[in-house]
Design a protein around this ligand. Structure first.
Ligand code: PLP
Length: 445
């Protein structure tokens, strides 16, 4: 009997008791390689780093919390300074939240408040991409494409104008170059803004690299450059959701650095305190800060936990470790190896349609038939079978369904800690190979 209102009430969950580096250990002493980053791309520096534990304990003894509208604190100021060191050009003003959903909400609210305070109050429409995931609030569910999550709340959620995601495997035509494909889907944004009425569009929100809902979808060359130009042309704010792919996970300090663009709002979360404490962030410019500072003087999207002192201390310790241990260089190195090994293992697999990703955010998309790219039927529950078989061989992965349209399609997303070594990466690819084969055998009619 449990008193917990569990997220999954129809499954008996095993109990996790400890984490050590890349390893997760359950109540029976079973050890799993945590290639899912805590099941959600969180554990960027691995489990149990004593330096973070010590920083949290020190801060808890000194001051755990004070409301951000009353005081500033050293952990808050120093964390913002630390993040500003690597901030893409001009994004040196940082607002903190307790997670990714709140951070996306805050970015949208900032964009709206800036429009409101600059005489552009008619701007209110949001454009997003079809199979995105931006968060689980009533507001954000409408901007996402996670159909099962949306269904019970359909009458409450608002929604956004949806455009095509970057999904070359299924949507690039055989006669198109990568650049032409990128141009075509970026131009859909321009068409959507014009159709909606440019003066009524507030923001375009997109994951720089797709996360849990789509499985590491990367953009074709030139796509984001063109998106940036289109947003500038129409005065539409560009919000890049790097909750999953940001803060080093894709091999650069921020995923947008590899695209050579700077958004108006850059949203980060999972890797920030890397699971040691709940925290998210919106990085924006001096200009945005100034508009509000010289206008109403108060951002209306604050939360009680914004800039939580203890969470900031945890995130500061984590971000210093990422920098001082040069972990992003390891992400680039081990990510390249992981990509190669997945191609080696699954490149000719009859049930893997594509291997994709960047850095330590890598994915395989499963198909029933390679030639037609037909997915498995949703009722076969392949993703769940892969997660189960992976656990059986001592591997935690993020396996999900709904890859194609929120309902059909299955993928496995790998997001191991930045500290993985060569042998760990070899073990991950090897164990995943066994898990996929066993899972497919288990669901075969
Ligand atoms: N945005 C992306 C891309 C995500 O992957 C997630 C969570 O998985 C979120 C937003 C929501 O973040 P959170 O669950 O911390 O609220």
């Amino acid at each position: 009997m449990t008193h917990v209102f569990h997220r999954r009430s129809n499954t008996m969950l095993a109990k996790a008791v400890r984490g050590e580096g890349i390893w997760l250990i359950d109540e029976n002493g079973r050890r799993y390689i945590d290639a899912g980053g805590g099941g959600a791309g969180m554990t960027a520096i691995g489990h149990g780093d004593p330096r973070v534990a010590e920083a949290i304990a020190r801060q808890a003894r000194s001051l755990a919390f004070i409301h951000g509208a009353l005081f500033t604190t050293d952990p808050l100021e120093e964390l913002a300074d630390e993040m500003a060191r690597n901030a893409p050009d001009s994004l040196g003003r940082i607002f903190f939240t307790s997670g990714g959903s709140e951070a996306n909400e805050a970015a949208i609210m900032m964009a709206k408040q800036v429009a409101y305070e600059t005489g552009q109050g008619a701007r209110h429409k949001i454009i997003s991409r079809r199979n995105a995931f931006h968060g689980a609030t009533i507001g954000l569910l409408g901007f996402s494409g996670d159909v099962p999550r949306q269904r019970p709340f359909a009458s409450l959620i608002g929604g956004s104008i949806k455009v095509t995601p970057t999904y070359a495997y299924r949507e690039q035509s055989a006669t198109e170059s990568d650049e032409e494909y990128g141009e075509r889907i970026a131009d859909e944004l321009d068409i959507a803004i014009r159709a909606a009425g440019p003066d009524t569009v507030l923001a375009f929100i997109a994951e720089t690299i797709g996360g849990s809902s789509s499985g590491a979808l990367t953009a074709p060359p030139g796509y984001f450059r063109r998106v940036r130009d289109i947003c500038d042309h129409h005065g539409v704010a560009l919000i890049l959701d790097e909750v999953y792919c940001g803060l080093g996970r894709s091999g650069t300090a921020h995923a947008c650095l590899a695209e050579n663009i700077v958004p108006d709002y850059l949203v980060a979360a999972k890797g920030l305190a890397a699971g040691f404490a709940p925290i998210g962030a919106v990085m924006t410019s001096e200009r945005v800060n100034d508009i509000i500072a010289k206008g109403s003087g108060a951002f209306r999207g604050g939360f009680t936990h914004s800039g939580h002192t203890l969470s900031c201390a945890a995130a500061l310790a984590v971000q210093r470790i990422v920098r001082e241990d040069d972990l992003i260089a390891n992400v680039a190195r081990q990510g390249a190896l992981l990509g190669e090994l997945l191609v080696e293992r699954f490149g000719n697999h009859r049930h893997v349609g594509e291997v994709r990703g960047r850095g330590l955010l890598q994915s395989i998309e499963l198909v029933a038939d390679r030639a037609s790219k037909a997915p498995f039927e949703p009722q076969q529950r392949l993703a769940a079978a892969i997660a189960r078989e992976a656990a059986a061989v001592g591997l935690i992965v993020n396996a999900a369904s709904g890859t194609i349209d929120g309902v059909r399609g299955d993928h496995v997303l790998l997001a191991p800690p930045f500290i993985v070594g060569r042998d760990d990466v070899i073990a991950i690819a090897d164990r995943l190979g066994h898990a996929v084969d066993r899972a497919i055998a288990s669901i075969a009619p």
